[in-house]
Structures are given as structure tokens and as C-alpha cells.
Design a protein around this ligand. Sequence first.
Ligand code: GDP
Length: 384
Amino acid sequence: MSEFTTPTTAAVLTPPARGAIATVSVQGPEAVALADRFFTSLGKIGVCDANVGRILVGHWQAEDEPIGEELVVAKLAPELVEIHCHGGVQASQRILKHLASAGCQVQSWQSRTTSEHADAIIAEAKLELPQAVTSQAALHLLDQANGALTREIVTIGNLLDNANFEVAQEKLDHLLSLAPFGRHLTQPWLIVIAGPPNVGKSSLLNKIVGYDRAIVLDMPGTTRDVLHATTALDGWPVQFSDTAGIRVSDDEIEQAGIAKAKVALKTADLAIVMHDATDLKPDELDQSLKELPAALHVVNKIDLADDLQVPESGEMLATSAVTGQGVPELISSIVSHLIPNVPQAHEPIPFTSRQIDGLRQLHQQVQQRQIDDALQTIQTLLKA
Ligand code: GDP
């Protein structure tokens, strides 16, 4: 088939996991002829003669193989055929092997998606969608797959064409303010639980995620490594890290754990710094925990403290990791710290580093009134 300038390609569109049905898409000038070569319809009409839109049931078999498979072939366009075979990996891989032996190029679903869309942002949204771990995150990505961000960037281009630089600049400011949110549509927000030993860090983690992820022991210095647990808070993906209690220690392993805790704190989107209600000494807190830029301070074990005196300075939440008291309020507080303004449905949001870097460059070019360069950046942002 090398004489064709446009190759015929095949790609498995369904995930490589157990499933009832797998779908192989064949696209290109030879798609119909290739399907006809291996597929015998149960009815009188084969793929070549079938009208577009026709769904055929029949038998798929290679000439040199003793048995074949019953399956469904859908002719979706003159150069597009879908083969719906048994689910899992084996059946679809066998079909790909047959097609490849007849000269068809095998593609990944990612390459197929990219090649189907001239618009780079829409292609990126479709590639990122399977990485969204919560339905809320997926809905925002779906808006971008439906063109929300593309339309906004086109609008910014039109504003620049009309010398409406201030409005273009405002739109870019707003888009860039949503960049951290956009990046977290496919990567969880990182929350580190830190504090002195024995304040209830592991207990609080377990309470929030709803199962015993971390070992809880009434023995200071038990957590030596950084433990992770991923969950969703109000529909947003978050990863909690439970860290070693930060204190002065001679124990070499504990010291290594404390060092890891401090590294985790540096990359966190939010730190939860815990205090013990039965032994409240915020002034004695390790320096590394006192001045964290993004921290929520939590006084835990309030079930044990009858006359709790919460220090007046700063915001302090009160919880009991045993009874669950204060935990819903803590969760609300975490969410509003991480996402102070939830974007509206259908709002344009940049969500990849390529887009965010491009928008930053565009912002700078508009600021410096380098409009030709800015229009070029827009072209690059939109074209794959
Ligand atoms: P960590 O070292 O900070 O991770 O603390 P742990 O979660 O291992 O808890 C240390 C001890 O305090 C355990 O015996 C827990 O059961 C207990 N504990 C933790 N949180 C609470 C709480 O809110 N109330 C009570 N009564 N005990 C708690």
C-alpha cells in the first residue's frame, strides 16, 4: 500500500483492560478494502457494497489461520471502518496483526487523536481526559475538548487585531490565574500533614480517607517515611502525605524521615500543621513549620481537652481524629484554600504546561505591544 500518499491506519480505541468489547478503528483510502479482505458478512452485503452507516455482523478470519471470530463491523464513512470484537487485549491485537500484515499502519490511540484534530488544544484535552480521576475534573476538561479555551484564544487574537490591547490583557490575566487549577485537573493537589510526633497525623489521614492507610501507634516517631493516600475532596483530586513527626532526634532513621518530611513540605500545595490539644505549645513548634506559606493549623484531640484555649493568633481549626469532630469543617477549609474560586461550567481553562508557557509568553508580548509576535504565538498555541 506504499503507493498511497495518505496511509491507512488502525488504532485500538478502547482501553487495554478487561471489557466486553474492544473497538479497532481503521481509517484511510484502504480501510474498506482491508476490512473486506478479512471479514465475511452474515448477510448478502459486504463492507465494500454497504452504505455508510451500515452495521454488519459476520466472521473475521485471516487466510492462514484455522479459526476466526464473530464480530461486528460498522462502516462509518467511505474511508472509516470500526471493528467491534471481543474485549480484552488478545482479540484486538490479532486484528491489528492481520491489518498490519496487509500493509496497514498501526497507531496508538494518542497518535490517532492528535492526527484527527488540527486544533492542538482540543487534541490535548482529549489526550488528558482519561487522566482525570474525578468527574468534576473531567467535566472541565470536556469543556476544553469542546473548544472553550480555543475560542477564548481566538477571541484574544481578534482583540489584538482590533488594537484592543487592554481587554486582551485582562483576558490573559484571568486565564493565567486559572493555570494552577487547570494543572490539577489531571494531577492531584498535594497536601502534607505535618507536626510534632504523636499529635494524630496518621489518625487524621485515616479519618479523612476513610480507611487505615497509616499505622496509628501511641509511640512517638512511628512514621518514618512519607506515606501517600489519594482521595477526592468535594470532587477534587487530592493526595495526602503523612510525614514523620518533626522534632529533634538522635535516631538516624527518624532523622532521615524528618528530612523527607521537610522536602515534602516544600513541594506541597498546602500543609496541615497539627498541634495537640492536650499539650498545646505552638511557640515550641519547629521553625520549619512556623512560617510555611500555605498552611492550615489544626488543634487535634479536642475530645480530650475540656477547656481548650485556642491561641488567638492566626487561623486554627479544632478536630478529633477519633470522634471525627471538626473533620468536615477541616475538609471545607482545605478545599477553599486550594480552590478559592471554582471556575464556572464551560469556562476556558489552560491545563498543560505547553499552553501555560505559551500564554505567559503571549501575555508578555501583549504587554510589550509586540503584536506580530503575539499573533504568531497564538498560531503556535492553536496548531499541533
Ligand atoms: P502521629 O504520630 O502524629 O501520626 O499520631 P498518631 O495518629 O499515630 O496518634 C498517636 C496517638 O494519639 C494514638 O494513640 C492515637 O490513637 C491517638 N490520637 C490521635 N488523634 C486523636 C484524637 O483526636 N483523640 C484522641 N483521643 N486520641 C487521638
